[in-house]
Design a protein around this ligand. Structure first.
Ligand code: HAM
Length: 431
């Protein structure tokens, strides 16, 4: 009978095991390369903040009202696990007052109490960029382009960039008013769910995927009709900049995004292989008032966050960015008790050659099996004969990779080497 473990991961939370974990690390590494290549430095924020920090995101979003992991700590503080990092970065900006523009990137876990499904988890990871203190449409272009460049670095082909502008706060307010009037005039045809959404945030009704709402959403007023001159000019400059860089995009006037702090530019990268409820690989936008709402000076802000979990699903679907092999270069097989393997692996690692070994003095057969599984290019074998003669056997395990010390391809035959030459021999063979 199969053993049922006492404990398993909580719903929506996962263990990331090797070799997948190495892929996660590489994902962040590739992102860091893209972000740091644009002058962004890493910020590492706490997993937990005062609940109030996240409440400033806006009280009309599910992320704040329904999905927060919040609790009172032993000191009586009402805290929450972060559901996203934009608010934390703005809180840090207010607290530390760095020089502007402050360009930062981040990577880490976020927590939202959502209904778990493929691509939607309660603990999920994001990488992201935020830039505070610069109000320039070409910065919007730079940010959007960095996300685009990152997807290209992963090898993803099926990514669509959707772009919108929510205008200035006054434009947005007039638009929300117009939407409210439009939907209220047709309440009888609106779905019950959207009626509830309408009370909280008329913009989010545009997000409705229910067929019943589709005609009303299609007939709704468009945000572009409400732009001030400045907002229209900003949005036009963003589009011109993206076109200049050759980045394809679609203007989607229904793109409102799930968080309340956006104004002006908003954008989303959608994956071509995922179901529509989970196809947002990442998104972001301008949030010029957020720093102020956290007690700081009026400060422009823009950024994005990309979902790691979901982007890797898209990579699997497209067969790109596989988990890297965690192969060592050499596996030491020692049937004389293990001390030789201890010495040789230490010497090899010392000169930067990846080395592994077996433990518990297993049989030759079992150690050779482990050597094969390790992915090593060579096995170094020490039995009692080799130990007595001061020698070691070097056996190529991966004929396609193995070379003779002179650089010629190995024919797969093993060689016996004096112990004093072993390190040099392997360094040459692996170079
Ligand atoms: P968001 O759209 O809430 O934006 O999340 C960004 C991305 O995180 C999503 O597109 C998705 O890929 C991923 N994501 C969100 N929720 C989940 C989940 N439950 N499971 C798996 N992946 C998920 C933000 O978080 C903003 N802070 C982005 C931003 C930065 N805006 C300006 N700066």
């Amino acid at each position: 009978m199969a053993l049922v473990p006492d404990f398993q991961t909580s719903p929506g939370m996962r263990d990331i095991l090797p070799p997948e974990s190495a892929r996660w690390r590489r994902f962040v590494h590739v992102f860091a390369g893209v972000a740091e290549g644009a002058g962004d430095g890493q910020v590492i924020s706490p997993l937990l903040e005062d609940l109030g920090v996240f409440q400033r995101i806006g009280d009309a979003t599910d992320v704040v009202t329904k999905e927060m992991y919040d609790f009172v700590d032993k000191g009586g503080r009402h805290v929450a696990l972060r559901p996203e990092l934009t608010a934390s970065v703005c809180r840090a900006f207010v607290q530390h007052r760095p020089l502007t523009p402050w360009k930062v990137w981040y990577a880490g876990s976020q927590f939202r109490y959502e209904k778990p499904q493929r691509g939607r988890y309660r603990q999920f990871d994001q990488v992201g960029i935020e830039v505070l203190g610069a109000d320039d449409p070409y910065l919007d272009v730079e940010i959007i382009a960095l996300g685009w460049e990152f997807y290209r670095a992963l090898g993803l082909q099926q990514v669509n960039l959707l772009l919108n502008s929510l205008g200035e706060p006054a434009d947005r307010a007039r638009y929300v008013q117009a939407l409210q009037e439009h939907f209220e005039a047709h309440l009888d045809t609106l779905s019950d769910e959207s009626k509830v959404t309408l009370q909280k945030n008329p913009l989010r009704v545009l997000d409705s995927k229910r067929p019943q709402d589709a005609p009303l959403v299609a007939a709704a007023p468009k945000i572009a009709e409400f732009y001030s001159e400045a907002a229209a000019a900003h949005f036009a400059a963003v589009q011109a900049g993206l076109t200049e860089l050759g980045i394809p995009f679609t203007v989607d006037s229904k793109l409102v995004r799930g968080l309340d702090y956006y104004r002006h530019t908003t954008f989303e990268y959608q994956g071509g292989t995922l179901e529509s409820a989970q196809n947002a690989l990442g998104g972001g936008g301008r949030y010029d008032g957020l720093v102020e709402s956290l007690g700081g000076p009026p400060t422009a802000g823009i950024g994005f966050a990309l979902g790691l979990d979901r982007t890797l699903i898209a990579c699997d679907d497209e067969g790109v960015f596989p988990a890297p092999a965690n192969d060592v270069d050499v596996f030491v097989v020692d049937t004389t008790g293990g001390l030789q393997a201890l010495q040789i692996t230490a010497q090899l690692r010392d000169v930067g050659i990846g080395a592994d070994r077996a433990f518990e003095n297993r049989s030759m057969k079992s150690q050779m099996k482990a050597a094969d599984r390790s992915g090593a290019t060579y096995a170094v074998i020490i039995g009692s004969n080799e130990l007595d003669a001061g020698e070691a056997v070097v056996r190529p395990l991966r004929a396609e990779r193995a070379l003779n010390p002179d650089g010629s391809p190995s024919d797969g035959t093993q060689s016996t080497i004096p112990r004093s030459d072993l390190l040099d021999h392997l360094k040459k063979a692996l170079s």
